[in-house]
Design a protein around this ligand. Structure first.
Ligand SMILES: [Zn+2]
Length: 229
């Protein structure tokens, strides 16, 4: 986790050896890597079993939201299950929204589990970082992008239907099945992945390996997380 409360201030660690306490009551110690992002580490294991190592990509996106919206611990009152939303906006409004920032690949089971937890009481967005670090998704996605062949206008937005050019369609099919709204970030661009219901309005159901995207400005994406249509 990148932030913790220290003497009433929510912030990253400033120096080696610094200590504080997490919302969960666990002891936290400062980690100040030379190359990577400074963060807090639980002494006895993270209270969020879904926690993953975070780098510059996570930090950059979290910093685009108010500090009060970043890393919000949520507890299911029925089960006591505890997780930390990367970003939570609109608390107290009719449409509180959890944004999950996904840099590493996750299994379908984990995607489903996270959606089930967060969507009990929130709208949910995924922002999936597409890159080539541990796979070739970046190349596949880059080759797939085609906003010139099959375009459709829907609700004032331009959608384009394209084909996944990678060998395996597993990545794109997994995200097409998501219950939450899925956005991809690729080389600084943000794309909304058409949900099943949107796809059906774009000339019929999509075939395996086909998907539809709508390109949007980063500021429009941030406004959407804040609840704008
Ligand atoms: Zn904790």
């Amino acid at each position: 986790m990148l932030y913790a409360w220290v003497h009433g201030v929510k912030r990253p660690p400033l120096e080696r050896g610094e200590r504080t306490v997490c919302d969960c009551g666990g002891q936290l110690t400062a980690v100040i890597p030379v190359e990577n992002v400074r963060h807090w580490r639980h002494k006895a294991g993270d209270c969020d079993p879904w926690s993953e190592p975070e780098g510059a990509w996570h930090l950059g996106w979290k910093e685009r939201f108010d500090l009060s919206c970043r890393e919000i611990a949520l507890v299911d009152p029925a089960t006591g299950e505890r997780h930390r939303a990367d970003v939570l906006c609109g608390v107290g409004t009719p449409q509180p929204t959890v944004l999950e920032l996904q840099h590493s690949s996750i299994s379908e089971e984990e995607r489903v589990a996270r959606e089930a937890f967060y969507m009990k009481a929130h709208r949910m967005f995924w922002l999936v970082h597409i890159h080539n670090e541990a796979n070739f998704n970046g190349y596949s996605f880059g080759f797939s992008l085609d906003f010139g062949s099959r375009t459709y206008q829907l609700n004032g937005h331009t959608y384009a239907v394209m084909r996944w050019m990678g060998r395996s369609k597993q990545f794109i099919e997994k995200w097409k099945r998501a219950a939450a709204h899925v956005f991809f970030e690729f080389q600084g661009n943000v794309f909304y992945l058409a949900s099943e219901s949107v796809s059906r309005r774009l000339g019929g159901p999509l075939k395996k390996g086909e998907f539809a995207l709508c390109h949007l400005a980063r500021d429009d994406f941030i406004r959407a997380v804040h609840g704008s249509p």
